[in-house]
Structures are given as C-alpha cells and as structure tokens.
Design a protein around this ligand. Structure first.
Ligand code: EPZ
Length: 420
C-alpha cells in the first residue's frame, strides 16, 4: 500500500487548477444510462471512484471510454444488474438504480455497505422509488427493484439528517421518464444535484427547481445523448484554500466556483484566512493570526460535512477553543485520534469536537481512515514540524486527482512512497 511522506513547514505558494467534481461526475456518469444515444462528459476527474463508475457502466453493457478527463458513453443496449464486486466497492454506485429503473423498469444492485463515517442507509432512495410505483425486495445483499410503469408523484425525501444528495439525484433521474409530474419536497440543494439536473435537461428532460428544496420533474418519453462539462470540485477547492491558510502561504485556485463555497469562505475569513476573487480565480492567504471559530456542518448552503475534517486541521493551529459539530454523519471524527498523534489537542463530546488550538504540530506516522480524513492529515502534515507519513493513501486517491503532484507544484515537500 502507498503512503505520503511529507516534510512539513513549507508555506504553499503558486497556482493550482481545480479538477472536476467527483460528487457531480458519479451521478452524471450514471445518468448516461438513460439514453441509447452517445454522451460525452468532460472534466471528469481521474480518480479510483470515477474509474469504478466507468467499469460499472461497462459491466452493464455500455461502451465507455475514459481519456484525458473526458468520458464517452454509449449505453445502446444495457442489462439491469451490475457486477456485485464492483458495485459493492463504491457506495456512489447506488445512483445507477434510478436510470436502470427508468430505462429497463428493473434494477438488481448490491446493497451499498456502510462506511467508516456512518451507516449510510438508502431508505430515502427506496421511499422515493416506491412513490413512483417501484416494488423493491432486499435479499441476499441485493436490492431487486421492478416497476410496471413509473408514474409521477409528490414525495417528501427529507431524513433524520435533512435531505439526501444521492437520493435526490437517484429519484430525479428515475422521474425523468415517468408518466406525469413528480415533485420532490425536501430535495437536496447541493451544486452537484444542480449539475445532474442541468445534464438531464441537456438530454431533453424537463426539470425545474434544482438547487431549491422543491424539484419538479415533468416526465418525457425519451432522452437523447448530450455533451456536458462537470462543475469544478468545491471540496477539493476548499481543501486547497485551507492548506494555504494552514501553511501560511498564498495560493491561487484556477477554476474554483466562489458561489459554491460561500459558507467555507465565510468561516475561513473568521478564522483569519482571507479568500478573494480575482476573475475566475480564488486567492487564499492569511489575513493575520489564526483565530478559533465554531462550525456546525449542515446541508447546503450550510458548512459542508466534506470539509469538516480539513477545517479541524486548520483550527488545531489556531490558539483558543474551536467547537466543530457534525450534524450530517454519525461518526465522522476518525481523524481526531490521528491528529492527536501530531500533537493536536482535541476532545470529542457527542456530536462535537472541542479543538484546543495553538499547540505546534510535530510530524509522526498517521493512518488515513476515509477520504476527507486523509486530506485533513495531509494538511496537518504540511503544517507540522518534521516528517509525517500518511499511510493508506488509497483513501485519498478515491477523491483527489494527483494531490501530491499538485501540492509539489505549490512547493510542498511531499512524496508518494510504498508503505514500509
Ligand atoms: C453525498 O453522499 C456525497 N457523496 C458525500 O460525500 C457527502 O458527504 C454527502 O452527500 C452529504 O453531503 C457523493 O455524492 C458520492 P446523503 P450521500 O444521502 O448522497 C442520511 C465525500 O467525502 N440518509 O446526502 O450518500 C445519511 O445517513 C462523500 O465526497 C438517510 O438517512 O449522502 C446521512 O446522515 C462522503 N437515508 C445524511 O442522510 C438515505 O436513504 C446525508 O446523506 C440516505 C441518506
């Protein structure tokens, strides 16, 4: 297994180009199953997750080529079940269910497992499908879903932690070919959901309200092929903004969307990291001493849960008490014990982490546990004195395109090595 070896203390300086959004690309690639015509999707980040999704499309019978950030898919004829081993490996593959139901009226998909950050149930996906007339059976680790005819309906998709991002995308995709009108109340408002809706409309769907809590889908008979460019990855952008602040550097992000990052930019400003727009670029630099802040993760447009771990690394450097409360997932503090190995002083109190910031961090071997926790450990290693080895970096490769190369270009002393 591979690790990152980081020699901390070098401020990051220079320019970095933000890749396409993983969390928009995955459902958009699934949406190409909705038509028997070719689709071309651009700015797809080259990650293990996106490569998995391409393999899943191929295992369903579509032709799919991934070349220089562009994926060309032609789902001329497809079957209703995907390779168990493939689907089991990536939760995001649940979003092929909606397109398969719309296209074939059936889907057989392995139940996506939970993961280290939480149980990751799919009850809201199934509730939405049931509202459209789908019958589902869960047996032997599979979901068997069938429907005679998808019929539009009004549904409420809010759950115990608010809306569901992939659940909204999944049901929206199924509804595009249903008879009649579907209204999704308590729909997720994330930019990734808007991106999926924009791609579906480019295919000839009739979707209104994406980005608001009420999405209306008027079913059509057929969807045609389309070309589309995925939005930039706001979570990768947030990660680099935070790394610039943590290393007391100055970094220009090319292609980041400031309008997708308002909550993050607001909190960074409060914490002493200024982010200013310069054309279509964002420039991050410290505006003074780092200051403690309180953060609660919320559905969009609140502070994103996918930036919680990275922010904790920054706040470990800010003298004073910061309180970070995680309201979306039940166990998304796996990075706390690893940050403690670098000298961070953090206590968990229920859904909150109390960060006693300001103690200098010093390098140590640490273990990545999930995608965003890995990013937090890299940020902490960049700011720590001495050498940090972040092990099991495959977690990070799931969601960050060439992070080590991008960081080296900004002056970071980081190498990818075989774990000893
Ligand atoms: C998406 O996951 C993202 N993944 C996650 O990013 C992100 O953290 C999450 O949205 C929240 O923003 C992709 O888009 C591939 P949810 P998703 O359904 O859609 C509960 C990353 O780091 N829930 O919005 O699976 C659920 O348990 C990843 O890039 C139900 O109760 O998340 C959670 O508490 C991690 N029932 C909350 O809703 C359901 O049927 C939000 O989950 C579905 C979800």
């Amino acid at each position: 297994m591979e690790s990152f070896l980081i020699k901390g203390g070098a401020p990051l300086h220079g320019e970095v180009t933000i890749s396409g959004s993983k969390n928009a690309a995955l459902p958009i690639l699934a949406a190409t199953l909705l038509t028997d015509e070719p689709c071309v999707i651009r700015r797809v980040p080259d990650l293990s997750d996106t490569r998995f999704m391409v393999q899943i499309l191929q295992s369903l019978g579509a032709t799919a080529e991934f070349e220089n950030g562009t994926v060309t898919v032609h789902a001329r004829k497809i079957k209703g079940y995907a390779d168990y081993e493939l689907v089991r490996k990536m939760r995001g593959s649940i979003c092929i269910a909606g397109p398969l139901l719309a296209r074939l009226r059936k889907a057989r998909i392995s139940l996506p497992g939970g993961c280290i950050i939480g149980a990751r149930p799919i009850n809201l996906h199934l509730k939405g499908f049931a509202s459209l007339g789908v019958k589902t059976k869960i047996e032997g680790g599979y979901i068997d879903a069938t429907v005679k005819k998808l019929v539009g309906n009004i549904m409420f998709l809010g759950g115990r932690a608010g809306p569901t991002v992939l659940g909204t995308a999944n049901v929206m995709m199924a509804a595009t070919l249903a008879d009649g009108v579907t209204v999704i109340e308590s729909a997720a408002c994330e930019p990734e959901v808007v991106d999926v809706a924009n791609f579906l409309n480019a295919m000839g769907a009739q979707i209104a309200g994406a980005g608001s809590p009420t999405i209306t889908v008027t079913g059509v008979k057929k969807l045609h092929g389309a070309e589309y460019e995925v939005i930039p990855d706001r979570i990768e952008a947030a990660t680099f903004l935070i790394a610039a602040g943590a290393t007391n550097g100055e970094v220009t992000l090319r292609g980041a969307r400031a309008d997708h990052l308002r909550a993050v930019i607001d909190k960074l400003h409060e914490a002493g990291v200024a982010v200013e727009r310069c054309g279509t670029n964002l420039i991050a630099r410290r505006s003074g001493k780092l200051k403690p802040v309180d953060i609660t993760t919320l559905p969009y447009s609140g502070f994103p849960t996918d930036v919680q771990a990275q922010m904790m690394s920054l706040l470990a450097l800010a003298p004073g008490l910061s309180i970070i409360t995680e309201r979306i997932f039940e166990s998304r503090f796996m990075h706390v014990s690893e940050l403690a190995r670098l000298g961070a002083d953090i206590e968990i109190e229920g859904p909150s982490a109390i960060v006693k910031g300001g103690k200098p961090l010093s390098g140590a071997p640490v273990m990545a546990s999930d995608l965003r926790a890995s990013a937090a450990l890299v940020i902490a290693g960049l700011a720590a004195k001495g050498t940090t080895q972040v092990n099991r970096i495959y977690h990070l490769d799931r969601g960050y395109e060439q992070m080590d190369a991008k960081l080296r270009k900004l002056g970071a002393r980081i190498q990818r090595v075989e774990e000893k």
